[in-house]
Design a protein around this ligand. Structure first.
Ligand code: SF4
Length: 346
């Protein structure tokens, strides 16, 4: 969204005037996975607003499933490589749209060169991904943000000398201030597209707070072209959080905006349980609408009057509202289906 240069990863463009691309990282091993299950989950993630998916590519045992995932995936696939440059070569040949490497941990420079040349031959993008936890040695005493930014600039100069520029860079730390200052430093020095995020940011609450703070600061300064919210939790939550953060900061991803009451002692409908039941399904609806889930019929409809669709209830009955007007009431056992029937009609 902010960088001058643009990287192309299959049909996703990162940088320039393009919207911030949302990404997450798959949470299980490739070699032992059920490819059809993975592809189904990727389709759901895409409908929730995910633009890129990354997998850890750890050994040659991953190759067959990885190739099948690349050819069936509804979104570009990134292979995450550490230590063994041959895994990067394999992943590129198997159809990776992008690979993530840290040139500092794959050995002598010629190995990185081999990888970059293979990426050039296959039109594969590369993310140079540097984390505070895996910094190059030899600069003890320097600030981690300086080591990360300077290392990235050095690797970018290698890539340029090999004629490669389909590159994204990430500089991440679990420390927010380090993440922000490293990205500031790199942004001031070059216009490569930047993947931003606070790494190892904790559970949902911790991560959302830390990530939102960092993204707000960075976006305000024009820094950040693709993002991951790193959560010790589900990858669906990571995508949901990223989309909500973009929306809250005014970089809308569209889709369903959920309004739900906190629930108080007046509640006659289990809005918390119902939200848990329908939330992920709602997030896959491809409509720019507001859906309210309210705990009582006394204040709920009034509080939800700006929603396109609202639901609340009393005892075994739920009431559905369409743009502030009562639409119908149904038994609570069919509440979910009735809600989605109404949404379908919009
Ligand atoms: S909608 Fe009803 S249950 Fe929910 S917070 Fe408002 S008054 Fe309480």
């Amino acid at each position: 969204m902010f960088s001058g240069k643009v990287a192309q990863v299959r049909d996703i463009f990162i940088g320039g005037d393009n919207p911030v691309a949302v990404q997450t990282m798959y949470d299980s091993q490739i070699a032992s996975c059920d490819v059809e299950e993975v592809l189904h989950r990727l389709r759901v993630l895409k409908s929730m607003g995910c633009d890129l998916i990354r997998f850890s590519y750890v050994s040659s045992a991953d190759r067959e499933n990885f190739a099948a995932i690349c050819s069936g995936s509804p979104m570009p696939v990134v292979a995450d490589i550490h230590f063994d440059y041959k895994m990067a070569l394999e992943a590129i040949q198997a159809g990776a749209d992008k690979i993530r490497i840290n040139p500092g941990n794959i050995g002598p420079k010629w190995k990185t060169e081999e990888v970059v040349k293979a990426a050039l031959d296959h039109s594969t993008a590369i993310r140079i991904g540097l984390n505070n936890g895996s910094l190059p040695r030899g600069r003890e005493g320097d600030r981690p943000e300086d080591i990360m930014a300077d290392s990235a600039l050095e690797y970018l100069s290698w890539f340029a000398s090999w004629g490669f520029d389909n590159t994204v860079v990430s500089l991440k730390s679990s420390d927010i201030a380090t993440t922000i200052s490293a990205n500031r430093k790199l942004k001031a020095a070059c216009d490569v597209p930047l993947h931003i995020g606070v790494t190892e940011a904790g559970g949902v609450v911790s991560s959302c707070i830390r990530s939102t703070y960092a993204f707000t600061k960075l976006f305000e300064e024009g820094i950040g072209d693709t993002m991951r919210v790193s959560i010790t939790g589900s990858i669906e939550d990571e995508v949901h959080a990223a989309v909500e953060i973009l929306r809250a900061l005014g970089y809308s991803k569209g889709g369903v905006r959920i309004v739900s009451c906190p629930r108080c002692g007046r509640h006659t409908f289990d809005s918390q349980g119902f939200l848990k039941q329908v939330e992920n399904r709602l997030l896959t609806v491809n409509k720019d609408i507001t859906v309210a889930i309210m705990g009582c019929q006394v204040n709920g409809p009034g509080e939800a009057k700006n929603a396109d669709v609202a639901i609340t209830g009393i005892g075994n009955k739920v009431f559905l509202y369409y743009r502030g007007q009562l639409y119908r009431d149904v038994d609570v056992s069919v509440a979910e289906d009735s809600l989605f029937d109404l949404i379908d009609k919009i």
